[in-house]
Structure formats: structure tokens, C-alpha cells
Write a protein that binds this ligand. Structure first.
Ligand SMILES: [Zn+2]
Length: 432
């Protein structure tokens, strides 16, 4: 193996070591004592259960990540990437078809590797902690639909990238960037209407008190909203959530049925106020722009990879190719994504804080939002005391304790300033 190969191998192992270290520190930062802010929300048993859940998921993550790394390195050092390339080239197919078969074979291998872990996570871990409601039929149907979407959506995209790099010599990565960006926009536009309903049922929220309260809040902040849907999240898990999706006419607010069942009307408004803030403050556009910039960066790196002989030699491949460059980039991305992920997560945490502040200011106070977050954390067995290194590497949201303390601080400022909001539930479990 040449020097470049050794550097890549060392960075793969370093990245893996750093992730494991962050997870060990994260487990150790679990505190036996319930944080003061959550007193009255958790009972002793439930808090203990949240720590067991963290332990079970972390140990499971070690098994799956080490298996994935071991297979990747074995395939690499065993000459698997070059062997597959030689076999496919011996069929003398069109280069684009060869590339699609090459990437498709490796993608299938990845699916075969991750499937048993998916089964274990769903039917053993999530079930043990009372979250799983996914039946085998839904699980298998999900996998089939995902595979079909990958073939019919990602297949043509892959062919486009292979074709552009094959036939356009100068600035091919720039043409690809334009094409991939257009693809991302289209998928974001059509997903609410055509893709998401393949997996879940979205029912328009009945025209009741909740619906009119949501629409009236949206009007009060000048947010055009027509579509509020309830999603049957309970089909797969008892965990709850809410999100916005799509653009323009296709924009939808979505509440999990599990969320509607567990929260009070003011809490649901506070949660949606936070979600609407992501649009009002242009976070959705910022995230999309960051994603598109990241894609451009990767395509630029790909343009370097595809013509770098030393890189192909490091991966024991005799001839350069676009698809070979893609696989090399995928391996390189493992350590690179650590850095990029840190930056994207930091941007996301900043947006989350801003959305919380917006929700507190526009709903007239923070107590309801704080109560809703506490209730969510109890329900989802969230880790209340993550380690800062783990947060830096993995958290797209600030830790719950930090969020709730910031919200409560803002709430007390609003109350002290005299613009006191209408009364709200002080107990985590009060229903109105
Ligand atoms: Zn958010």
C-alpha cells in the first residue's frame, strides 16, 4: 500500500476511535441523580430506564459501526474493489452501465450488512423499551419501497453523474452540481405529495379546536398555512414528533398521532410555533443551501479522485474510473464527514435556539414549550446529560437541559418585563 493509502487507513481508524471515545464519555456523563429541572417529571424508574436505553443503543452502535468498518477495511485490503472492477470490465459493457452495476453491487452488499442490525434495533432494542410497534409486514414493505425508490430515483441520478464525468472533460463537477441541486429541489417539492405517503397515512387535521388554534396562531405571525396533517407515526413507534415539509403549495405541517394523543392544545401550538420559526427565520433555506454547498464540495472532491492514479493504486484498482472514484470518495467521506458534520450540527443547533426564542416570544411565554419538551424527553427516554464532545459530534439540537434552561430564562425575562403571557400549565403532565 502506498503512503496515501496509509494516511486514509489511519484517518479511518482515528475517526472510529474518536467516535468511540465520545460515546464512552457520553455513557460516563450519565448522572445517577435526576437533574433539578426535571424533578416532578420523571419518576425514579423511568429515569433509570432512560439510562439503560442509552447504554443499550450505545453498545449496539459499537457492534454495527465496528462491523461496518471491519468489512470496509477487509474489502479494501483484500483487493475487493479492484476485483469487482476487473470482473465487470471483462463483460465489455458501456462504461455508464458498468459503473451502475459496480455501485449497485456495493450498495446491495451494504444493504445485506445493515439489514440484520436494522432487524435487531427494531425488534429487540426498541421493543424491549416499549417503543416498537412495527410489524414484520410493515418492516418488509418499508425495505422494498426504499429499495424501489433507490432504483428509480437514485439510479437515473447516478447515471447522470457518471455520464457527465464520462463525456464532459472540463468542469464536469460543476455541471453535476447544477443537476444534483435541481434534483434535490425537485425531491423536496414532490416528497410531501408523492413520496412520504408511500410510507405513512397523512390525514388532514379535523376542523376542531386544535386546527383553528394552529391556523389562528399561524395568521398571528403572518405565516401562510393551509395544510395541517396528522401522520400515523404509531404504525412504527410510540415515539412522537412534529415537522414541516415541502415548499410553496406543497408545504405541510405534520403532527404525529402519538404527539397529538400525549400533549395539550397549548403544548401542540408551542411545538408548532417552534417548527414554523424554522420557516420564518429562513432556517429551511439555510439548511438547503448548506446541503447544496456540501454536495458541491463532494462533487469537486470527486473530480480530483477520478483522475488520481495514486488514489486508485492505494485501493488496489488497476484503472481509473468515475465509479471507482465515487467509492474511494465514500471511504474518504467517513473521516471527512466528521468535520463537515460538526459544522452542519453547529449551524443546526444555532437554528434550534433561535426557533425556541421565536416560539417563546410569539406564544407569549416559555412555560408551555418547556413543559412540552420535558414531556417529550420523558416519553422518548432522552439522554438528559450528554457529554460535550458527543454533542459537538452528533447533536443537531442543543441538549434538552440547556434548551429548557434557556427557555425558562427567557420566560422569566418576559414576565419580569410586564408583558406576562396568559397562564400556562406548570406541571409537565397537566392536560387542558
Ligand atoms: Zn427545530
Amino acid at each position: 500500500m502506498n503512503a496515501i493509502g496509509l494516511v486514509i487507513l489511519a484517518s479511518l481508524i482515528l475517526e472510529f476511535g474518536l467516535r468511540i471515545l465520545s460515546e464512552v464519555l457520553n455513557l460516563r456523563s450519565s448522572q445517577a441523580e435526576l437533574p433539578e429541572t426535571f424533578k416532578g417529571c420523571y419518576d425514579e424508574g423511568r429515569y433509570q430506564r432512560s439510562q439503560e436505553y442509552l447504554g443499550a443503543r450505545t453498545r449496539f452502535g459499537w457492534c454495527s459501526a465496528s462491523t461496518f468498518l471491519a468489512v470496509t477495511i477487509a474489502l479494501w485490503l483484500g483487493g475487493g474493489f479492484g476485483f469487482l472492477d476487473d470482473r465487470l470490465r471483462s463483460w465489455y459493457l458501456h462504461p455508464i452501465l458498468t459503473g451502475m452495476l459496480y455501485i449497485g453491487t456495493l450498495a446491495l452488499l451494504r444493504v445485506a450488512l445493515t439489514l440484520p442490525f436494522g432487524v435487531y434495533a427494531t425488534f429487540v432494542i426498541e421493543k424491549r423499551f416499549g417503543f416498537n410497534t412495527t410489524g414484520w409486514k410493515t418492516f418488509v414493505a418499508d425495505r422494498i419501497k426504499t429499495a424501489l425508490l433507490a432504483v428509480f430515483l437514485m439510479g437515473p441520478l447516478l447515471a447522470m453523474i457518471l455520464g457527465i464525468f464520462e463525456y464532459i472533460n472540463r468542469f464536469s463537477w460543476l455541471y453535476c452540481w447544477v443537476g444534483v441541486s435541481a434534483f434535490i429541489f425537485c425531491i423536496n417539492f414532490i416528497a410531501p405529495r408523492w413520496i412520504l405517503p408511500l410510507f405513512n397515512t397523512y390525514s388532514p387535521l379535523p376542523k376542531d379546536d386544535l386546527c383553528s388554534a394552529i391556523l389562528s396562531y399561524a395568521r398571528s405571525i403572518g405565516f401562510p398555512l393551509e395544510n395541517v396533517f396528522v401522520m400515523d407515526g404509531s404504525r412504527r413507534s410510540t415515539k412522537s414528533n412534529a415537522f414541516f415539509t415541502g415548499f410553496g403549495r406543497n408545504r405541510r405541517a405534520v403532527l404525529f398521532d402519538t404527539l397529538v394523543a400525549a400533549h395539550t392544545l397549548p403544548e401542540l401550538i408551542a411545538i408548532l410555533a417552534h417548527e414554523m420559526a424554522h420557516y420564518k427565520k429562513h432556517h429551511v433555506l439555510w439548511s438547503l443551501a448548506a446541503g447544496i454547498l456540501h454536495t458541491g464540495f463532494l462533487l469537486f472532491l470527486l473530480s480530483i479522485c477520478v483522475s488520481s492514479r495514486p488514489l486508485f493504486e492505494a485501493f488496489f484498482m488497476k484503472q481509473t474510473s468515475v465509479y471507482g472514484g465515487m467509492v474511494i470518495l465514500a471511504v474518504l467521506s467517513l473521516p471527512l464527514d466528521l468535520l463537515v458534520g460538526c459544522l452542519l450540527n453547529a449551524l443546526s443547533r444555532r437554528h434550534e435556539r433561535e426557533a425556541d426564542r421565536f416560539a417563546v416570544a410569539t406564544t407569549g411565554g416559555g412555560r408551555v414549550l418547556a413543559d412540552a419538551l420535558k414531556k417529550l424527553s420523558v416519553h422518548n427516554l432522552a439522554n438528559l446529560t450528554p457529554h460535550p464532545l458527543y454533542v459537538l459530534l452528533n447533536y443537531s439540537h442543543p441538549p434538552l437541559l440547556e434548551r429548557i434552561q434557556a427557555i425558562e430564562k427567557l420566560d422569566s425575562i418576559i414576565r419580569a418585563s410586564g408583558s406576562a403571557p396568559p397562564g400556562s400549565g406548570n406541571s409537565c403532565f397537566q392536560r387542558t
